[in-house]
Design a protein around this ligand. Structure first.
Ligand code: SF4
Ligand code: MG
Length: 336
């Protein structure tokens, strides 16, 4: 399948009074047409910053690109002018945030906020915009759309507000959407409904989706492929099955063991990964995970691990792949 997005060797930092924060370091991944790609990692691993780079949403300055390319449909976002970026943000790519309350305008009827997306698009009439707004509200599973259209955010439940956010992201019929922890503030029932909705949209509209989450349960339910990030870097990528059952990076394995009941014995105790993520003011020279890794060797402190391609989709950046390294099995048992 064709790539809709290719991120190549991207590095992005922030200038602060304390020095430069190396938030994203040499990150590469791609998104195929109609694919749902999960980006997983702890907070501060660079998953949100990378995704925001795709739409140039990080303030520049203090943020700045140190290198790399972000090709959306073959065109480098880093070289786009203001007009092209506006087009990219309002038409081509939709963005769904974690907390709908901070992104919805409390003083404006929600239907109008959906219509606002078309501000500045001259080639479409008011009546058409209104019809599009109502249709998209129906598509995201809102009933009684005329009534909902006239309501204010505070009159709606958390799940309903998130549906409005999704409607706003989808109304311009973008070919790609980025979801940053879209269900984190919702209860599990509503979360399941929103995830079903995203799956439904992909099959109906062929939308390509990037799902950023720290929740492997969300990944398992939704994603075709997964990118695991740690300390501003990509440490492992693979199909969902490869990440869950052929785990090849100690950090990914640590993430698996830190969640209870996922494809494991229900009795398995929750075992958080000990230690804290690396200081991104002065990122470690070698492997970013070395300070917390049970398998760290001398070489891990000194040199960054090379990326090893295990299958067509499965890549891991770990010295354990070196032919002279001890053999370690990080895989979890498959549930019977
Ligand atoms: Fe652990 Fe070394 Fe692999 Fe890093 S490279 S994850 S420190 S074994
Ligand atoms: Mg985040």
């Amino acid at each position: 399948r064709e790539n809709i997005l290719e991120i190549k060797n991207l590095s992005f930092s922030f200038k602060t009074y304390g020095g430069e924060v190396k938030a994203v370091r040499d990150v590469s991944y791609n998104l195929k047409k109609g694919e749902i790609l999960g980006i997983v990692g702890e907070s501060g691993c660079g998953k949100s910053v990378t995704a925001q780079c795709i739409m140039r949403l990080n303030p520049e300055p203090p943020g700045f690109f140190e290198g790399g390319e972000i090709l959306f449909k073959g065109k480098d976002v880093l070289k786009m002018n203001k007009k092209e970026l506006k087009e990219l943000r309002s038409k081509d790519i939709g963005f769904i945030f974690q907390d709908p309350m901070t992104s919805l305008n409390p003083t404006m009827r929600v239907g109008k906020q959906i219509e606002e997306v078309f501000n500045g698009h001259k080639d479409i009439s008011k009546a058409e915009i209104h019809e599009k707004a109502l249709n998209i509200m129906k598509l995201v599973g809102i009933s009684d759309v005329e009534k909902r259209f006239r309501q204010y955010p505070h009159e709606l439940s958390g799940g309903m507000k998130q549906r409005i956010m999704i409607a706003m992201a989808l109304v311009s019929e973008p070919s790609m959407i980025i979801c940053d922890e879209p269900t984190t503030s919702l209860d599990v029932t509503i979360e399941a409904q929103i995830l079903d909705l995203l799956l439904d949209l992909r099959s109906k509209l062929g939308t390509s989706i990037i799902m950023i989450t720290h929740d492997l349960g969300v990944i398992a339910k939704l994603c075709d492929r997964v990118v695991v990030m740690y300390g501003g870097k990509v440490v492992e990528t693979g199909t969902c099955d490869e990440i869950f059952y052929e785990t090849s990076h100690p950090y990914t394995s640590g993430l698996m063991h830190s969640i209870a009941g996922l494809e494991t014995d229900k009795d398995t105790a929750l075992k958080p990964i000990a230690g804290t993520p690396p200081d991104l003011f002065a990122p470690p020279k070698g492997c970013p995970f070395a300070a917390r890794c049970d398998y760290a060797m001398e070489v891990c402190q000194k040199n960054p691990p090379e990326q090893t391609q295990l299958t067509e989709e499965h890549m891991t950046a770990c010295w354990l792949q070196h032919p002279y390294a001890p053999k370690v099995d990080l895989r979890m048992a498959r549930k019977e």
